[in-house]
Design a protein around this ligand. Structure first.
Ligand code: TYM
Length: 384
């Protein structure tokens, strides 16, 4: 799992350098999400694929072909994803949740969302448990705003649901030795013992149903699934299937990832229109030329332009409009300022709508955590 010998690093806690996603597929031993498999998905759902799939924001997978087979042959599947509540969420964090909702809408399946207040308390030196729990509440509102089905979605917070998960967690933990977590996660002698146990817990929800579990997440979470897949058979459960997304790059360029401690790198779901515009104009790395004259003459480079890449990965749904923007920018007709203005408007609208739904989410939090059909069932049943 270590990618240190390359000029980039991807672990569940850290992304450094400019990620070469093709290389990562080889290092992690996953499969590219190829056109053939996407065509099969399109036939199965009888609909247009989400832009995250059309544009290969989700670029890699494990056993996604088997999920499709399970659908085709009527066995079904379930969805699992999560969030470590370490602070406010940024727009990149929504990618796996939007993808998960898309699958839930298309196939009507159950979704389990793990909120790892324990993980963030253990991982972040200055984080108190109270703070992690407060962020859990805030982040859950953002997640509900994505629009999951309240009867088929269970959002659970580790420090609350641990009693139910513990018997399964210790069975899993007994099969994971220290050498393995050290090799997979790079833990050292000074890593606290809470963190070295934590991977067992992140695996538990993949055993919530005796069907295949599909996990939409960015590629940084894959190390957990690798361990899960080695163990699942011995428990009589399915190996987890996963689809992996790229990272929405930081505003400032393609190195590393968006970070809460560096607000200039990210747009947060709580930012207002003015802040969004300011950040994009001041920090978005541009593929444009230094002067208008040069830009008109030589054109811009959308491939390295963060504003364009954000439109492509998330904010411009219309393929035709995206193509027009790309051509116009490349030819020098569209200026960097115009591109940034367009992106700022798109994100402003997106966040305004998100904030509106977030207000409504306050009424729903109890349903998703305790009262909805799936939530109630999960609180009542014994997990084994
Ligand atoms: P966390 O809170 O670090 O990240 C939440 C989800 O967001 C993805 N992600 C991104 N996706 C696109 N662009 C980005 N820039 C970006 N940054 C983060 C992450 O891959 C993740 O899917 N340990 C987990 C919590 C967890 C979990 C899970 C995640 C528990 N069970 C199952 C996914 C699936 C965590 O701390 O995620």
């Amino acid at each position: 799992m270590e990618t240190q010998e390359e000029d980039f690093t991807v672990t569940p806690w850290d992304v450094k350098g400019r990620v070469d996603y093709e290389k990562l597929i080889r290092i992690f031993g996953t499969q590219p999400l190829e056109d053939g498999i996407l065509r099969r998905l399109k036939d199965l759902c009888g609909c247009e694929l989400h832009l995250f799939l059309r544009r290969k924001v989700f670029f890699s997978h494990r056993d996604f072909d088997l999920v499709l087979k399970d659908i085709e042959e009527g066995r079904g599947f379930f969805l699992y994803t999560g969030r470590g509540p370490s602070g406010p969420m940024h727009i990149g964090h929504l990618i796996p949740f939007i993808m998960t909702k898309w699958f839930q809408d298309r196939f009507g399946v159950n979704v389990y969302i793990m909120i790892t207040d324990d993980e963030k308390f253990l991982d972040e030196e200055d984080m108190t448990l109270d703070e992690a729990r407060r962020w859990a509440y805030e982040n859950i509102l953002d997640i509900i705003s994505v629009g999951f089905d309240p009867d088929k979605t269970f959002i659970f917070q580790d420090t609350e649901y641990i009693g139910k998960m513990y018997p399964l967690a210790i069975k899993i933990a007994k099969k994971i030795n220290w050498n393995l977590v050290r090799a997979v996660f790079g833990f050292t002698g000074s890593t606290n013992i809470g963190l070295s146990f934590y991977p067992a817990l992140q695996i538990v929800p993949t055993f919530f149903e005796r069907r295949r579990c599909l996990i939409p997440a960015a590629i940084d979470q894959d190390p957990y699934w690798r361990i899960q897949r080695d163990l699942a058979g011995s428990f009589g459960y399915f190996k987890a299937a996963a689809i992996h997304s790229k990272f929405l790059p930081p505003l400032t360029g393609f190195e590393g990832k968006m970070s809460t401690s560096k607000p200039e790198t990210a747009i947060f779901l709580t930012d207002d229109r003015k802040t969004i515009r300011y950040k994009i104009f001041k920090y978005a790395f541009s593929g444009g030329q230094p002067t208008v004259e040069l830009h008109r003459k030589l054109g811009g480079n959308p491939d390295i332009d963060v504003s364009f890449q954000w439109l492509k990965m998330m904010f411009e749904e219309d393929d035709k409009v995206l193509r027009e923007i790309e051509e116009s920018y490349r030819s020098g007709k569209m200026l960097t300022g115009e591109l940034k203005e367009y992106l700022a408007e798109k994100i402003g609208d997106f966040i305004d709508e998100h904030k509106r739904r977030r207000e409504e989410a306050k009424e729903l939090i109890h349903v998703f955590k305790y009262d909805g059909k799936l939530a109630r069932y999960m609180w009542e049943r014994e997990l084994e």
